[in-house]
Design a protein. Structure first.
Length: 373
């Protein structure tokens, strides 16, 4: 930096107890200042990127360096590879100088809090440093959510951590503690009712109606996928998801034993033509395609339809006859307190599967008699 090298990578500044490593520093002779370019692997600018850059500015300035413009380099989600990689189109550069300036005071305040935490003789607690994560997203639940009892109030669906923590401090620690007059949504009331009853709430008629709409043969479909920040093949976009494996269990009739077929790409190349060719031989023109979390499979089919025009009609027809097993739980046709308020978790034999396998769901429903209302 003293030699004013035009471009530096991973230059590091230490000042006022702060350490920052800039991805790219570019010296601007006209302003006699260094421009910071922060590189991110996402396809859009995020608020955390602005906080990151703002911290770097403060660290470099406190170390005695003059900083000029600030930019975030991220992937251009609109770029489509055709032939040789065009880096000038692959990357997008967003000037965040003004946006970062608006965050300086809040980031500086956070630095003061961080320094205070470092100087503590004892570990901080959630009263001094409240956790803003949800119970499922928190990386240190043992510290932020200590000694939670089973059926905790934090398990209520669509309840903010702040509100749940408030109830917890008022003595409403479990769903069994929830008073009857507490204002809750219909979903939350069902959870509380199931907890107090000690048994699942099952809408037999609703489940039967949902399952009666299935058309045989049934195809239980699941994809395994790969994505790369830099599109590896022609016509792919940055971070576009490419299925390279599928599994299908086929049930020809209600009493028939399922048969299993699968595909696994033999090499690292554009797998979609071969995968679609194989899938066509196993999924017929009629019958319901059953999935878990249809948003994932539907989106994969839409993306493959764009990349393989010859298979587009077939792939989109699968979407039109898709049934999501999760809907049984999301629509609260089956409410079990052991789900902990989450559709894709269920406790089986004392073990928690997350996410649960489709075969586990089927076995669990059979065990409680859902398949024969």
């Amino acid at each position: 930096m003293e030699k004013r090298e035009p471009c530096l990578f991973q230059a590091t500044a230490i000042g006022d107890g702060l350490l920052a490593m800039a991805d790219v520093l570019v010296f601007d002779p006209s302003s006699d200042a260094w421009d910071i370019f922060e590189v991110k692997g996402s396809t859009s600018l995020k608020s955390t990127h602005l906080q990151d850059v703002t911290f770097q500015v403060l660290a470099f300035e406190r170390a005695g360096y003059r900083i000029g413009k600030l930019s975030v380099i991220h992937l251009n989600k609109g770029y489509v590879r055709r032939g040789q990689l065009d880096v000038s189109q692959l990357l997008a550069i967003t000037d965040v100088t003004a946006a970062s300036a608006a965050l300086r005071d809040s980031v500086a305040a956070s630095i003061i809090k961080a320094k205070a935490a470092i100087e503590l003789r004892d570990a901080p607690n959630v009263t001094d440093f409240p956790c803003t994560c949800s119970l499922d997203d928190c990386p240190c639940t043992g510290l932020c959510f200590p000694d939670l009892p089973p059926q905790s109030i934090f398990c209520l669906q669509r309840m903010s951590t702040k509100k749940a923590r408030s109830y917890h401090e008022q003595g409403i620690r479990t769903l069994l503690d929830v008073p009857d007059d507490l204002k809750l949504s219909a979903r939350q009331k069902n959870q509380v009712r199931a907890a107090k009853a000690g048994t699942p709430i099952i809408d037999w008629a609703g489940i039967k109606q949902a399952l009666d709409g299935l058309e045989y043969p049934l195809y239980f479909l699941d994809y395994q996928t790969f994505a790369a920040s830099i599109p590896p093949f022609d016509n792919f976009r940055p971070c576009e998801v490419m299925p390279f494996q599928y599994s299908v269990h086929i049930m020809e009739a209600p009493t028939a034993e399922p048969t299993h077929v699968e595909f696994l790409a033999p090499a690292f190349r554009n797998t979609i033509p071969d995968l679609c060719r194989s899938l066509r031989t196993h999924i017929g023109e009629f019958g319901t395609v059953v999935v878990w979390n249809k948003r994932f499979e539907r989106t994969r089919n839409e993306e493959m339809a764009r990349l393989s025009r010859d298979d587009a009609a077939f792939l989109l027809s699968i979407n039109e006859r898709m049934f999501d097993l999760m809907d049984i739980f999301a629509d609260q046709l089956y409410v079990d307190i052991r789900f902990d308020g989450i559709f894709f978790r269920v406790q089986l034999g004392g073990l928690k599967a997350s996410p649960i396998r489709r075969t586990d769901v089927q076995s669990y429903l059979v065990s409680v008699g859902v398949t024969s209302p």
